[in-house]
Design a protein around this ligand. Sequence first.
Ligand SMILES: Cc1ncc(COP(=O)(O)O)c(C=O)c1O
Length: 436
Amino acid sequence: MYNSISNPCKTILQNSASTETHDEGNVTDYRTKVARNPSMERLQNNYLFPEIFARESQHIKKYPNAKVIRLGVGDTTEPLPDVVASSMANYAHGLATKTGYRGYGAEQGSEDLRKAIAEKFYKDMGIQDEEVFVSDGAQCDISRLQLLFGSNMSIAVQDPSFPAYIDSSVIIGQTGDVENESGRYKNIEYMSCGPENSFFPDLYKTAQTDIIFFCSPNNPTGHAASREQLEQVVRFAQENGSIIVYDSAYAVYITDGSPRSIYEIPGAKKVAIEVSSFSKIAGFTGVRLGWTVVPKELMYSNGFPVINDFKRIVCTCFNGASRIAQAGGLASLSEEGFKAVISLVDHYKENAEILLETFKSLGLRAYGGVNAPYLWVHFPGSNSWDVFNEILEKTHIITAPGIGFGPAGKEFIRVTAFGHRENILEASERLKSLLL
Ligand SMILES: Cc1ncc(COP(=O)(O)O)c(C=O)c1O
C-alpha cells in the first residue's frame, strides 16, 4: 500500500494523475489513470506458493505452539558445502580489493562456467559453450523465453506441471480466459499425465502447438520420462514444427538410467531449448543461478537462428548473473564441489524413500520420489485443498495441494523431500498416526 506520510512524491502524484480529493496523509483511495494489464486480470487465484504461505500463517496464529513441518514449497534445506560457500566468500572479498574488483560481466555468463556446464551436463551431446546462457534461475529464464516467443504463440504443458509455464503464458498474453468448469485456460493444450497413462501424455490426442513445455523429472509428479518417451516427444515436435522447452531442473535426481537431458535424444538440437538450474542440484534456491541451452541449429520458420534472438533478450532484459553466484556455481562443478553437492542430493533422495514408505504403509498410492525429490500422493475422490487443510489441521504438516499444479492435480497432494532428516522422520511418525 502506498504510504504518503513522509513521501515528497505524494503531492506530485495527486496533482498529475487524479482529480480526486484526499484527506491529508490518507491516500489509500488514490488511483492512477493506468489500466490494469488485462492479462494480469486473467490470472486465476494467487500464485500457489504465496497462498500456501498465507495458509501456514493463519495456522500458526491458530496454533502458536505447534511445530509446523514444511513439506509444501520445494525449497532446499541443507547447508551449502564449504567448498562452494568459500568460493563465493573469496570472490566477494576480492571485490573489495583494487585488483579483484570487477563490474559488469559477460551477459551470457563467464566463459569458465559455461564451459564447465557444457562439460558436466552435456558431454558427448555436442553442446558448445556458446550455446549455454548462464542465468539467475530457471524460473526467470522461463519468463524470458516467453518474452522471446511473444503473445502470438500457442503452448502445450503437462497437466499437472510447475505453475510458471502456464502463469507466464497468461501474463504474456498467449491465452484466453479460464473455463470455469474445466479450470483450463483457452488456447493452452493441457497434456494430461496421471496414473492412467503412467504420467506420460497421449501424444496422439495432443493438438499441435508452437511451444511444448516438457519437464522431466516432472514437478510435481516426480515422473522421469524414459528414453523411448523422450524420443516420442522429439518426433512429435519434429512432425509439428514445434519448439520444445525442456526443463531439466531435477535431472541429477534421476538414477534409473532415464535421460538427464533432451539432447541425449538424436535430432533434439533442431527442436529443443533446455532450461536448468543450480537450485535443486546445489542448494542455490537463495543464491540464484541457472542456465538455458539454445542450440545454434534451432531455427524459426524463416531460417533465423533462435539463439541470436535469445542473446538479444538476455542483453536487453537481464545483463548477466551475479559474479558471486557464478563463482559458487563453478566451485560446485569442480571435482570436490560436485561430490559434495551430490551427497546433498542423496540426502534428499533418502528422505523421499522414507516418505514413500510412509504413504505406502498408510495404504495410499504415492508416485514419484525415486527419480525426483517429490511425491505425488493420490486421494481418490477428494479435493486437494481439503486434503491439504486436513493434514495441516491434524499433523501440523504443510503439503502442496495438487490443484495448484493444474486441473489434473485435483485429487493429489505434492509432498517435498527437501528437509532436515529429523523433520522428515517426525513427519513420517505424525503421518503414520493420521487417520484421514
Ligand atoms: C520444474 C522447475 N523448474 C524451474 C524451477 C525454478 O528454478 P529456479 O530456482 O532456478 O528459478 C523450479 C523450482 O521449483 C521447478 O520446480
